[in-house]
Design a protein around this ligand. Structure first.
Ligand code: FAD
Length: 452
């Protein structure tokens, strides 16, 4: 009787037993508790840069050398404008260098029809065009400046975990296709074989999506900025920003930049630079992790044809490869403090849940970054008056969008025409009830974690 019971359990739940055994075998590597990202460990060093010391003048001062600031500076410098970038740490050291590096030409939440309904025909169409072409523009920029950043335009998938979501994604694919974009709805069977996961029942596929090494991209952009004759100063947190003689004075501990105009591209740091930017974004911490390079057998099981994906679950899962065959995935953080070993177990467990055939789910790198979410989840450019502008477009999917916003803001400043933007430049709006609202993204992740 007892043996029969065990046999029955094993027959029905053998998959779970195997998963449990695999998880118990995962080695815990104490090096993982360090903050080194995969990108820091595998990217070529960036250009040698100095801290800001002394007094300088420029047409435009750009604060922050993430993807937004560097794209703005590059396009300004290319047009012959004198630019100085002032960065607290180093190029790509913020959200950009902590990101997963997936490039997705889609909105994180809305469909193209939603956008037109919300923003109206003119601004709606502009934003859809911007997001729909964002990855293309990003890969073109990489090609133009010959940036070595493991760029691969091998497609982006957004899979559905239930039929209701699949049906919404089908409609969304039609909306993109009707507007001329190469976007398809993919059947359940094909999604499962393309992703190597039995977890999903259909997906939306963007052929122009892909992935990059985001830190190598930032460092390559920094090189390009310098080649165009602009200056970047590092290890120079901006301590004060004030109006001065009809322009702006940017002060660091040991230096000052006077500029006619200023672009705040400091992401979460924007709030400390200008009072109007306070309480405008909501933080969400996310762990990124990377496995050891997979064996040939595991590579044939996980995303066998390449590409990358982020699913539609609230407690989202995402996967892609790096150039050496590691799988990179993500895990949202929330209030409950979890030890590094707990997070690693969970990370491996999630890999096995999504790719049950994987043999080796050892984690080699684990790091954390903070996404800054706009309440609308849409990219924003803020007009702070008197020649000061801010780019605020993280939303966990800001790499390609920020490249385009930087390019467009540069063109608008050069031609002094804000109508060249795809995003209407407006005054920032504080989030209502910010004291509590700032915890909402983490709270939603905690609920999603419990419900998964
Ligand atoms: C964990 C994580 C995963 C993500 N994954 C993806 C993804 O796969 N795909 C995607 O599209 N997006 C992703 N994102 C979002 C994406 O990384 C961001 O949208 C994008 O990098 C933001 O670029 P940015 O230049 O605006 O900001 P940042 O990269 O944060 O750059 C801002 C810079 O400003 C500097 N700074 C701050 N304050 C000051 C100051 N006072 N003085 C001077 N400098 C200052 C910072 O040091 C930093 O270098 C992810 C984000 C995170 C956190």
């Amino acid at each position: 009787m007892w043996r029969w019971g065990v046999e029955l359990l094993y027959r029905n739940y053998s998959r779970y037993f195997q998963v449990m055994i695999k998880i118990m075998q995962i080695p815990f590597d104490s090096k993982l508790s360090s903050r080194t990202t995969l990108w820091e460990a595998t990217s070529a060093p960036g250009p040698e840069l100095n801290a800001l010391e002394g007094n300088f003048k420029a047409d435009v001062a750009v604060i922050g050398a993430g993807i937004a600031g560097l794209s703005t500076a590059l396009h300004l410098a290319e047009a012959g404008c004198s630019v100085i970038v002032i960065e607290a740490e180093a190029p790509g050291s913020g959200a950009t260098g902590a990101s997963g590096g997936l490039l997705a030409p889609d909105f994180i939440k809305h469909s193209p029809d939603d956008i037109e309904n919300m923003l109206g025909q003119d601004w709606g169409k502009r934003l859809i065009r911007m997001v729909g072409t964002s990855t293309r523009q990003c890969f073109d920029l990489i090609e133009k400046h010959k940036i070595s950043c493991d760029a691969r335009q091998d497609g982006f998938w957004c899979p559905a975990h239930d039929m209701a979501v699949a049906s919404r994604l089908k409609t969304r694919a039609t909306e993109w296709r009707d507007r001329g974009y190469d976007v398809d709805f993919i059947s359940s069977e094909k999604t499962q074989s393309e992703l190597g996961s039995p977890h999903y029942c259909g997906s939306i596929y963007f052929s122009e999506g892909g992935a990059i090494n985001p830190l190598a991209f930032s460092r390559g952009l920094a090189e390009a900025v310098i080649k165009q004759g602009a200056d970047i100063y590092v290890n120079s947190p901006v301590l004060n920003l004030e109006q001065h003689l009809g322009g702006w004075r940017v002060s660091t501990e040991n230096g000052v930049v006077d500029a006619k105009r200023v672009v705040l591209a400091a992401n979460g740091g924007n709030a400390a630079l200008h009072p109007a930017m306070r309480k405008t974004v909501l933080p969400l911490s996310v762990f990124e992790y990377a496995t050891r390079p997979l064996s040939a057998a595991d590579r044939a099981r996980v995303l066998p044809n390449g590409g990358s994906f982020t699913d539609k679950q609230s407690y989202m899962f995402t996967a892609r490869y790096d150039g050496e065959g590691r799988v990179i995935a993500a895990l949202p953080d929330f209030f409950v403090k979890r030890s590094t070993s707990t997070i690693i177990k969970e990370a491996s467990q999630r890999l096995l849940r999504h790719f049950p055939e994987m043999e080796d789910v050892s984690i080699e790198y684990l790091w954390k970054g903070t996404c800054m979410l706009n309440a609308s989840l849409l990219p924003k450019i803020y007009d702070l008056n008197d020649g000061a502008y801010a780019i605020q477009a993280c939303n966990g999917r800001g790499l390609a969008n920020n490249v385009v916003l930087g390019k467009e803001l540069a063109a608008s400043l050069i031609h002094q025409d804000m109508n060249l933007l795809s995003v209407k430049a407006e005054a920032p709006r504080k989030v209502n009830g910010y004291f509590l609202a700032k915890y909402i993204p983490s709270m939603m992740m905690a609920f999603a974690y419990v419900r998964q």
